[in-house]
Design a protein around this ligand. Structure first.
Ligand code: GDP
Ligand code: IMO
Ligand code: MG
Length: 440
């Protein structure tokens, strides 16, 4: 039995979609375990760019069991739109399953997200404004509405009334918004319920069955470790746990069901939204890197902040997630950039230095990277398919990362395309690669 968890090891957008698409070839099931449509996972196949917000990144394999786990928060409008879009493109959706226990994002969550950010003004988190935080808040407050509630009009209405009641004051400015009218909200959500009813299932049981029959399950994470509500740069985080432990709670399996944990990281670093980013490049080089990497958000289109690779944070992510493997993406983006800085410790206020990721918010806010400089390379590496085909400086750069973090690199991304990837020896030896069909 093999459960393989894929998590973001930085601040999201590390290329999880691409790696999941690759590994899903040998998986019997893919299940998302947290987050919602704040996620944007891109898969490039030939000339087609696929963008997924809620549907697991394995759906492009016809009939593949693809589940949305209980830990995900679902905006049913976004979900049904995504389904319509995929159907129109001829994608087979027969393998889709949706947890009856997953919580729903309601129209008032979106208004509250918006209102919360506006109120914070300059201190805003820079959320995706998709209602993620308020939906998880209601889940914790036991005022959440779940997928199973969509199938019963009476229960649905009662729960909407109960959930909206404590929010009356905050929602007063939006009192006239048509989506907040009780009757039309109930009707809209009942319609979504009818449209997704065929996919609703006991996804935990399904996952056990696949694992118990000795098959592979990929657990698909969204966001990244430094956006984790417990372990990230709080309060500049998302409202769920994107770390590997959450693969268990977000789907209904225990830790013993997990065999490998892959952390996906870019060869540099990016972050969308506010919050500390010690290695940020707020200059011309940063702008060059942003353009070279096409660093604009998949979900909101916002320009991503960019910086040098942060090995202090990456080593922290390795420990928090128990990473067994690293996939380093977007190595090609560093080509021609000149000497490359890698952050090996932080510098704080008054000459303080930190070898390890500091827990204190004030320290993190003042932290800046302390770097070692490694030589860069100018050769085009987008056609490389083996490590030997990479320039020595690129190989040394990767080795430095892997040695510092203490986790072997399994996969290297050298372009957005599906085939633009290098499997290392460590990668080939993994469970993920041991079955037939891995693209060499
Ligand atoms: P995710 O949220 O972690 O799935 O990542 P996103 O899809 O939001 O962002 C990653 C972006 O990088 C996407 O546009 C991918 O197509 C692209 N990408 C992934 N791997 C590579 C790579 O190795 N090289 C390049 N140049 N682009 C990549
Ligand atoms: P994927 O899965 C990058 C960021 C937002 C904001 C913070 C909180 O594509 O890697 P939220 O809307 O979740 O309350 O916003 O988290 N954020 C992401 N950044 N990639 C993502 O997802 C993100 N999902 C949320 O920009 O800073
Ligand atoms: Mg993304």
């Amino acid at each position: 039995m093999a459960g393989i968890v894929i998590v973001g090891a930085q601040w999201g957008d590390e290329g999880k979609g691409k790696v999941i698409d690759l590994l899903a070839e040998n998986a019997d099931m893919v299940i998302r375990f947290q987050g919602g449509n704040n996620a944007g996972h891109t898969i490039v196949r030939g000339d087609v760019h696929w963008k997924f917000h809620l549907i697991p990144s394995g759906i492009l394999y016809p009939g593949k069991l693809c589940a949305i786990g209980n830990g995900v928060v679902i905006d049913p409008k976004v979900l049904t739109d995504e389904l319509d879009g995929l159907r129109a493109k001829g994608v087979d959706l027969s393998g889709l399953r949706i947890s009856a226990n997953a919580h729903l994002i309601m129209p008032y969550h979106m208004y509250l997200d918006h209102a919360g950010e506006t109120k914070l003004g300059k201190l805003q988190i820079g959320t995706t404004r998709r209602g993620i935080g308020p939906a998880y808040a209601d889940k914790a407050a036991r005022l959440g509405i779940r997928v199973q509630d969509l199938l019963d009009e009476k229960i649905l209405k009662k729960k909407i009334v109960a959930a909206m009641e404590p929010k009356r004051l905050q929602l007063r400015p939006y009192a006239k918004a048509p989506e907040l009218d009780l009757q039309s909200m109930t009707e809209d959500y009942l319609t979504y319920g009818h449209r997704i009813a065929q996919y609703v299932a006991d996804t935990a049981r399904l996952t056990w069955d696949v694992l118990d029959s000795g098959k592979n399950v990929l657990f698909e994470g969204a966001q990244g470790t430094l956006l984790d509500i417990d372990h990230g740069t709080y309060p500049f985080v998302t409202s769920s746990n994107p770390v590997s432990a959450s693969a268990c709670t977000g789907t209904g399996v225990g830790p013993k069901d997990i065999d490998e944990i892959w952390g996906i990281a870019k060869a540099y670093a990016t972050r969308v939204g506010s919050g500390p980013f010690p290695t940020e490049l707020d200059d011309e080089l940063g702008a060059t890197l942003r353009e070279a990497g096409g660093e604009y958000g998949t979900t909101t289109g916002r320009a991503r902040r960019v910086g040098w690779v942060d090995l202090v944070a990456l080593r922290y992510a390795a420990r928090i997630n128990s990473l067994t493997h690293l996939a380093i993406t977007k190595l090609d983006v560093l080509t021609g950039l000149g000497p490359l800085n890698v952050c090996t410790r932080y510098r704080g206020a008054e000459e303080a230095t930190f070898d390890n990721y500091p827990y204190h918010q004030t320290v993190m806010h003042h932290a800046s990277g302390d770097y070692e400089q490694l030589p860069g390379w100018d050769e085009d590496i987008t056609g490389a398919r083996t490590e030997e085909e990479l320039p020595q400086n690129a190989r040394d750069y990767l080795k430095f990362i892997s040695d510092f973090v203490g986790v072997p690199i399994a996969l290297i991304g050298v372009g957005p395309g599906r085939d633009q990837v290098i499997w290392t020896d460590a990668g080939r030896a993994t469970y993920a690669a041991r079955t037939e069909g891995v693209t060499a």
